[in-house]
Write a protein that binds this ligand. Structure first.
Ligand SMILES: *Cc1c(COP(=O)(O)O)cnc(C)c1O
Ligand SMILES: [Zn+2]
Length: 392
C-alpha cells in the first residue's frame, strides 16, 4: 500500500464561464468578473500515462485514496474522519415494487456527520489549511455546517456557522459540541449566505459557501469515481440526485469527464443525470422545463427536505448545462411523497433515509410512470444523509 502519495495532477483553476485561469497555489474564491464558480483542472494526459486505477483499488478505503485527482499536495494535510467508500446497495425489493430490476442506493448517510457534505468539506478544509486559512465561515441549511464544524475541529481551524433558526436541532448541536461558533438566522439559507458573506468581508474569514470556493466540488466528485469502480468501470444508466446547491451533480459529471479522459471506462456511455427538488422549492426543475440557462430566485421556499431549501444555487448555470448535456431530467416531488418514500425505503430496504434521499425514490416513481426509465436499466438513487438527524 502506498499511503504516502505525495503528488497530484492539479494544474490550475478555471472560471466555468469565461475560462480565465487562476493560481491553485493561492486561496481562491470564484471569478468576480463573471460571478461564476472556478473548477479544478488536472493534467489528465500525464495522469493517464502514470496512474493505475487498479492500484488505487488496493489502497486504504476512503476518499483520499484518489489523492492524485484531489487538490491537496502534502499528505499531512489530508484531513480525514473516514469519509467516502460508502455502500452501494442493490435495492431489489424497492426495484421490484416499481417494476425495475437494477435499482441501487448509494448510501451516503454512512459518512462522518451523517451526510455526504463530509466529502466536500473534507476536501475544502484540507486545502484551505494547506493554503494557510485559519478561520472558516459557512451559511448552511444544516448538514454542511455540521461537516465544516467537525473537519475544522479536526484540522484545528476556527469555524463559524450561519443557519436558519428552524434548522434541525441535530445540526445545531453537532456544530456547538465541536466548538464552532453558531449564528441562528431568522430567514433562509440565502439570508444566512448574505450575512456570512458580510462577516467574512469585515473580519477576514474564508467563505466556504457552496461553489464560492473550488474544492467542495472536488471532494464530492469522488462519488462518481466510486460508482465507476463499483460497477466495473461501466457507469449506470441513470443517477437520481437531490439537488440543493448542486455540488454532487456538477462534481459527478466532472468526474465522468475526467474518467473518460483518463481512459478508465470500458464504455463511452455516460449516465442520464436526474435532478430532484421539492415542490416547495424547485428553481432547477422550473428552469429545466422552461429551457432557461439560469434559475430564478424561488420566493418563499418551504420543504421538510432542508438540504433542498436553496432558492437559487450559485452554480445554477452549471447544473442546468450538465443535466442537458447528460440528456437527463428534472422532477419535483411533494413533501407528502417524500414522507411516503422515506417509509417505503426503510420498510423494504432497512435504510432510514434523509428526506432529501427519500425524494429520489419519490422521483423514481414519476420517472417510471413517464417511461423515462426502462425496466432493466441500472438506476442509482443517492441517499445523501441520515434520517435520524432530522428528528426534533
Ligand atoms: C446539502 C444536501 C443536499 C443537496 O446537496 P447539493 O450538493 O448542495 O445539491 C442533499 N441532501 C442532503 C442530506 C444535504 O445535506
Ligand atoms: Zn470568469
Amino acid at each position: 500500500m502506498d499511503q504516502q502519495i505525495s503528488m497530484n495532477y492539479l494544474i490550475e483553476l478555471k472560471c466555468s464561464s469565461c475560462g480565465k485561469s487562476f493560481d491553485p497555489d493561492r486561496l481562491q474564491t470564484y471569478c468576480l468578473a463573471c460571478s461564476a464558480p472556478l473548477l479544478a483542472e488536472y493534467d489528465l494526459t500525464q495522469a493517464r500515462r502514470q496512474l493505475d486505477r487498479d492500484r488505487i483499488a488496493t489502497r486504504r478505503r476512503g476518499m483520499w485514496r484518489w489523492s492524485e485527482l484531489l487538490p491537496v499536495q502534502d499528505p499531512c494535510n489530508r484531513i480525514t474522519l473516514g469519509e467516502g467508500d460508502t455502500p452501494l446497495l442493490h435495492a431489489a425489493r424497492l426495484g421490484q415494487s416499481l417494476g425495475l430490476s437494477q435499482v441501487y442506493i448509494k448510501d451516503e448517510s454512512l459518512n462522518p456527520t451523517g451526510s455526504f457534505k463530509a466529502r466536500g468539506l473534507a476536501a475544502a478544509v484540507a486545502k484551505a489549511k494547506e493554503l494557510g486559512a485559519k478561520r472558516l465561515i459557512i451559511p448552511t441549511a444544516g448538514n454542511a455546517g455540521g461537516a465544516l464544524a467537525a473537519y475544522a475541529a479536526r484540522a484545528r481551524l476556527e469555524a463559524c456557522i450561519y443557519m436558519p433558526k428552524d434548522t434541525p436541532r441535530a445540526n445545531i448541536e453537532e456544530c456547538r459540541i465541536v466548538g464552532a461558533q453558531v449564528v441562528l438566522v431568522d430567514g433562509l439559507i440565502s439570508d444566512a449566505g448574505r450575512m456570512a458573506g458580510a462577516r467574512a468581508q469585515a473580519e477576514g474569514w474564508f467563505d466556504v459557501s457552496t461553489f464560492k470556493e473550488p474544492y467542495r466540488c472536488e471532494g464530492k466528485k469522488i462519488m462518481g469515481y466510486e460508482l465507476a469502480e463499483a460497477f466495473g468501470w461501466r457507469l449506470p444508466d441513470v443517477i437520481v440526485y437531490p439537488t440543493g446547491g448542486g455540488t454532487g451533480l456538477v462534481g459527478m459529471w466532472k468526474a465522468f469527464k475526467e474518467l473518460t479522459a483518463l481512459g478508465w471506462l470500458k464504455s463511452d456511455a455516460l449516465p442520464r443525470m436526474v435532478s430532484v427538488q421539492a415542490k416547495g422549492c424547485a428553481p432547477v426543475i422550473k428552469a429545466f422545463h422552461e429551457g432557461a440557462e439560469t434559475c430564478q430566485f424561488w420566493e418563499g421556499a418551504q420543504t421538510i427536505a432542508s438540504g433542498l431549501r436553496v432558492p437559487k444555487s450559485f452554480a445554477d448555470r452549471l447544473i442546468l448545462r450538465d443535466l442537458r448535456e447528460s440528456n437527463g431530467a428534472a422532477v419535483a416531488v411533494s413533501d407528502e411523497e417524500i414522507l411516503e418514500a422515506q417509509r417505503k425505503m426503510a420498510e423494504l430496504e432497512g435504510v432510514f433515509a434523509a428526506p432529501e434521499g427519500a425524494a429520489t425514490l419519490a422521483a423514481l416513481a414519476h420517472l417510471v410512470k413517464s417511461e423515462l426509465v426502462q425496466p432493466d436499466e441500472r438506476v442509482v438513487l443517492f441517499n445523501t444523509g441520515a434520517g435520524i438527524k432530522y428528528l426534533s
